[in-house]
Structures are given as C-alpha cells and as structure tokens.
Design a protein around this ligand. Structure first.
Ligand SMILES: Cc1cc2nc3c(=O)[nH]c(=O)nc-3n(C[C@H](O)[C@H](O)[C@H](O)COP(=O)(O)OP(=O)(O)OC[C@H]3O[C@@H](n4cnc5c(N)ncnc54)[C@H](O)[C@@H]3O)c2cc1C
Length: 468
C-alpha cells in the first residue's frame, strides 16, 4: 500500500462532528483524511438540517411579517406574494455556498478527502478503512486512529413508509415545490415544530400530532406550557396524547390513522419523531465493536470506543443530537489523539428551537432539580417589561434562571421570546465559568437590549428585579 494511503487519523463522515474533527486533527499536525459518502460535505446539518431549515424559517418569517405585521409599524405594503421557487433557490444557494466552503477548509488545512462509503476493516498493526466509491471501486486506507462521525438518519414508526414525496421526513419537507393545503406533522419536537411553522407561515393548515402530553418533551415544563399556548395562537392545530398507527398515500391525498379516532385526511405528511444513529455499512462488527440498545456506538469519557484508537463523536453516540455538540466532540477527539487531553462541558450545551418566538435552554430544568432534590431559587423576567422587545413588537415570553439555593451557582437557564437563540449563549458562558446568578446580575448590560432581560432574571433570583 502506498504511503498516500497511510494516515495518522481517518475520519468517517463529514458532518459537523467529522469535518471539524478532521480540521482540528490537521491543525495539530496529524496527517488526516476524511471519508464522506455524499458528494457534498457538511453532513445532515449543512445539506438537509440546520442550515436549510434556518434559511426557510427566516424567509417564511419575512413573508408573514410583510403580509401581516408590517402595517403595525406604519409600513403599508400591498399585494405581498409568495415565490416559493425563489425561496427554495435561495435556500439551495446558501447550502451550496457553505458545503463548498468545507471543501475549501479541507484544502487549506491539508485534509485529504475520499468520496465513498467508509467501512472499518481489520488490519495488522493499524486500523483499516475501505472506501467504496459509487462505481464500486475500493480504496484501502490505513490509520493509527479512526474517528467515526457517521451521524444519524430519520427514525420511522411502524406502519409508516416514507414515500420520498407526500409522506416525507425532514429532507423532503425542506424541498416541497408547492404549499400543501393540509399538512399533518407527526411529532411536536424541535424539527416538527420548526418545519411545521415554515409551512404554516407559507399558508398550509398544519395539524401536529404528538403522543406526549405537550410539545418539546424534555424541556422545562414552564417553557413547554408557554410554547403550547403561543403555537396554538399562531394557528397550529395541536393534538396531544395521540398515537399514530399508520399513514397511507392515496391517489392524491394521504390518510393518517390514529388509535381510537377518526383517520385524518391531508395532502402531505411530515414524519418528525426523531433520528437514530447511522451505522449501516460501517463494518463495526468486523473490528469487534457492538452498538448499544439504541444502535449508538459506545464510547468512554475520552470518546474512545472499546477498540483502542477508534473514537466516535456526534449523533452516532449518546447525547443530544445537536451540531454544536458534535463539533465540540470532534475537536475533543482530535485533541485526545494528538495530546492526550480534551474537553467537552456537557453541562453547558445550549439547545435552541428556531420557531417564532425562539425557545432556548441550557443546563437543568426545574423538574430535574426537583427530582434530584437539589435546592434552588428561581428568577423569572417577562419580555413584556423589556424596552427592546417592545420596540421589536415581540413581547411574548420570559427568561427563567435557576440557581443553587445555597451557593447561587447557575444550574439552568430557560428562555422563550425574541431572539433567545442568541441570548442563551450569555447563560452558557456564565455556566461554563461556574458563575452565580449574582455574577450575571453584576455585568453591565447595554440598554436597550434583549440581554437586559437576562440581567433582570438574574436579579429576580434574589427577588430584586428592577423593572417588574
Ligand atoms: C431538519 C433538521 C434541522 C436541524 N437543525 C439543527 C439546528 O438548528 N441546530 C443543531 O444544533 N442541530 C440541528 N439538527 C441536528 C444536526 O443536523 C445534527 O445534530 C448534526 O448534523 C450531527 O452531526 P454529525 O457530524 O454527528 O452527523 P451528520 O451531520 O449526520 O453527518 C454524518 C455524515 O456522515 C456521512 N456518512 C454516514 N455513514 C458513512 C459512511 N459509512 N461512510 C462515509 N460517510 C458516511 C453522512 O453522509 C453524513 O454526511 C437538525 C437536524 C435536522 C434533520
């Protein structure tokens, strides 16, 4: 085998976990390759996840603002029309630009790219990765270390076959060429609510069916309740405690069957019940690796699998399925390999739902603190009392800070309101530095900003908010 095919690190998968791991490994002086089966780099996140969904959320929000809300600012626009093809083309342009950018970063950092399906193979004194290209040709690589970053795929439910068109997952729902009259979304999690919001803004009647008792299972109860109220007000029809038993594509419509209820007829269905780790074709078993009960690759605290020198990061391992969590792990895995040290602060990973208003959280929920018997104090502050929110005409929502009752250390921050996806970073930063709510309250915040609501919530922990 030629020297060209020997590497210090081979990364399998070029999503946020994999491409970031490859760049960091190369920065640290390791000879690095990245294997990706898709032509375009960037993984789920850039191709069919975070980026295209945010592009459509932004465009659809601008449409609804122009159509329904600019008048209250004294801006009179008439004849607002939707050009869906143009909206989709803009989204596709952003995706192309960013995916090409990863190719540029690989070149800049001297990461060698291999296009094809990567599978682990046993090899003498090293690890083997075979790369099978679309034409069936195979290139064999040797590596001292391998980082598995193969991500996740759409999870399905029994009785539902995605037909790649009318019954789709998020990938299809990001590319429909017409606005469905009636869209049924199965699952009121982040993806269901974000994409449900996009199509509702563009004119669909949207019905969300969810098995749990409310949206966004796992988030803080107070946030969930407020979110439920806001989404209902926005016209999303939400039904909870509903078990979907099957979906059928008819000639020109779909039928959604639910337990103990009448079937629902609609034009399109979006299945958004979660994602599952993607390990198909990876050859885990050939090197003696098994997966856990949920099909995920198991790793230790250093992100290393049971086989020395094989690491795994991102959606394919346990933890929140988030791009920034994958990136942090990618960096940490590369640093463990190069230096023996790495770090991911799992207590301070923010999560954001990019609906309108946005929803964001970091750290523990009130329910988790109660269940663990941790004494806490809480401070709430409503956006209705924030000057910038009033200027934005976006006063629905609040910020809640939970701090330890004795030490005052911030344990969790939960937000629903305007642009809280940006505000949450202040809380994540505070928690990363083990700040107290008093520390947060003592920081001088510019006026008028939405960030002042964070300061006020921190003051409220001590019962001394100034503006509510
Ligand atoms: C609609 C949607 C919206 C989302 N929005 C957000 C958001 O706003 N914020 C957020 O943080 N997260 C969001 N996510 C989740 C985010 O996309 C994932 O958490 C993230 O992409 C995980 O990164 P990863 O590198 O682990 O895996 P992935 O991004 O899934 O990348 C894995 C890559 O590995 C490749 N691959 C798989 N197997 C092989 C193989 N054997 N050989 C070669 N290549 C292989 C795949 O083709 C893929 O490119 C969203 C997801 C979806 C679906």
């Amino acid at each position: 085998m030629s020297d060209q095919h020997h590497f210090d690190v081979v990364v399998i998968g070029a999503g946020p976990g994999g491409y970031v791991a490859a760049i960091r490994a190369a920065q640290l002086g390791l000879k690095t390759a990245c294997v990706e089966k898709e032509t375009r780099l960037g993984g789920t996140c850039l191709r069919v996840g975070c980026i295209p969904s945010k592009a459509l959320l932004e465009s659809s929000e601008r449409y609804i603002q122009a159509k329904d809300h600019l008048a209250e600012h004294g801006v009179d626009v008439k004849g607002v029309k939707l050009d869906l093809a143009k909206m989709m083309a803009r989204k596709d342009g952003i995706v192309s630009n960013l995916t090409e950018g990863i190719g540029f970063l690989f070149q800049k950092n001297k990461v060698t790219r291999f296009e094809g399906v990567g599978s682990l193979t046993p090899a003498e004194g090293a690890h083997g990765v075979d790369v099978t290209a679309q034409d069936g040709s195979v290139v064999s690589l040797r590596a001292r270390n391998v980082i598995i970053a193969t991500g996740s795929e759409v999870a399905t439910l029994p009785g539902i076959d995605l037909d790649g068109d009318r019954i789709g997952g998020s990938t299809e729902a990001l590319a429909w060429s017409s606005v469905p009259k009636h869209l049924v979304v199965i699952g009121a999690g982040v993806i269901g609510l974000e994409l449900g919001s996009v199509w509702a803004r563009l004119g669909s009647q949207v019905t969300v069916l969810e098995y749990a008792d409310g949206p966004l299972l796992g988030m803080d109860e107070e946030l969930r309740k407020r979110a439920k109220r806001i989404f209902k007000k926005q016209g999303l029809k939400m039904r909870f405690g509903v078990r979907v038993t099957g979906v059928k594509a008819l000639k020109s419509s779909c039928k959604v069957e639910v337990e103990g209820g009448e079937p629902i007829k609609c034009d399109r269905v979006l299945l958004a019940v979660g994602r599952r780790a993607h390990t198909a074709g990876l050859g885990l078993e050939s090197v003696g690796l098994a997966t856990d009960k949920r099909g995920r690759v198991e790793v230790n605290a250093h992100l290393e699998t049971a086989v020395s020198g094989i690491y795994a990061v991102g959606d394919v391992i346990a933890g929140p399925m988030l791009a920034h969590k994958a990136e942090e792990e990618g960096v940490a895995a590369a640093e463990y390999i190069a230096t023996g040290y790495g770090h991911v602060d799992y207590n301070a990973i923010p999560g954001v739902v990019y609906t309108e208003p946005e929803i964001a959280a970091v750290g523990q929920t009130e329910e988790q603190l109660k269940a663990a018997g941790v004494p806490y104090r809480k401070g709430n502050f409503p956006f209705a009392a924030n000057g910038r929110a009033k200027a934005l005409a976006a006063t629905d929502g609040f910020i809640k800070i939970l701090a330890h009752a004795e030490t005052d250390r911030v344990l969790g921050v939960h937000m629903i309101g305007p642009r809280v996806g940006e505000l949450i970073i202040e809380a994540a930063m505070a928690m990363s530095f083990s700040a107290s709510s008093e520390d947060m309250a003592r920081v001088c915040h510019a006026h008028p900003t939405l960030h002042e609501a964070v300061k006020e919530a921190a003051l409220a922990v001590d019962g001394r908010a100034l503006h509510s």
